[in-house]
Design a binder for this molecule. Structure first.
Ligand code: 6PG
Length: 243
């Protein structure tokens, strides 16, 4: 596992660095394999990152966009991760509609929709029934409780290792999420984390000893790929940068 930890002076620098790294990884994947698969995170931190990526001239027809997690709401709901990414980025660039692979939330049953996305990943990545996809880029954020994607503390989703997609639970609110094995198979995992309110959880995530159930981001350890932790000064005050 190759780990990089960068602490940027402020959120603007964090966004700029994140965009530069994402664009570089997209271009590398396409140069090496003719296609790039990226899974997006939701929340507030990535929105300016997505807005800035939209300003780049990339081979959009060779980029396939997925989501790492999704709130269980309609695509036009204000809380939808899909809606945020489309408005900030995907609606602003000529990416073919078929290259956008949102998590479905229309069956009124989160388990059904999790299965549908699981099957979609199997078909797209041409997997056997027991194989997991390898995303080129996995964008992640982290909550102030140490959750990532929709893998919340002390929830069943943390234990699911035999499925690609499962149902997360945030205080009783269902969410769809990729599972830990899928996140960890990615070639590049990129955490973009900003804000002093993340400082405590980050210190726990980077502590030599700790409880993965309480701080699920501790579970994110790439099997063969690399992990980048891009932190602003507020979030990374108790973390030692390393290359
Ligand atoms: C979501 C995200 C989630 C997010 C963290 C951090 O659906 O909300 O995928 O895991 O990355 O909650 O969110 P902020 O960037 O808003 O702090």
């Amino acid at each position: 596992m190759t780990q990089h930890i960068e602490v940027l002076p402020d959120k603007t620098a964090l966004v700029e660095r994140s965009v530069a790294l994402i664009v570089e990884k997209i271009q590398t994947a396409i140069a090496q394999r003719g296609v790039c698969t990226i899974a997006l995170s939701g929340g507030s931190t990535p929105k300016p990152i997505y807005q800035a990526i939209a300003g780049h001239d990339l081979p959009w027809d060779q980029l396939h966009v997925f989501w790492g997690d999704e709130r269980y709401v309609s695509p036009d709901h204000p809380d939808s991760n899909q809606r945020m990414a489309r408005e900030a980025w995907l609606d602003q660039v000529p990416i073919p509609p078929d290259n956008i692979h949102p998590m479905p939330t229309g069956s009124q049953d989160p388990e059904t929709d999790a299965d549908l996305y699981d099957q979609h990943l199997q078909q797209f990545f041409k997997l056997e029934s027991d194989q997991f996809p390898c995303f080129d880029i996995m964008l992640l954020g982290m909550g102030d409780d140490g959750h990532t994607a929709s893998l919340f503390p002390h929830t069943e989703a943390l234990e699911i290792c035999d499925r690609r997609v499962t149902v997360g639970n945030k205080d009783g609110e269902p969410r769809l999420t990729l599972t830990v094995p899928v996140l960890n198979l990615s070639r590049t995992i990129l955490f973009a984390i900003a804000g002093e309110n993340k400082q405590g959880a980050l210190a726990q995530v980077f502590a030599p000893e700790g409880d993965e159930q309480t701080y699920p981001s501790r579970l994110i350890q790439p099997v063969e790929g690399e992990i980048w932790w891009l932190l602003d000064a507020g979030a990374g005050a108790k973390v030692t940068a390393s290359d």
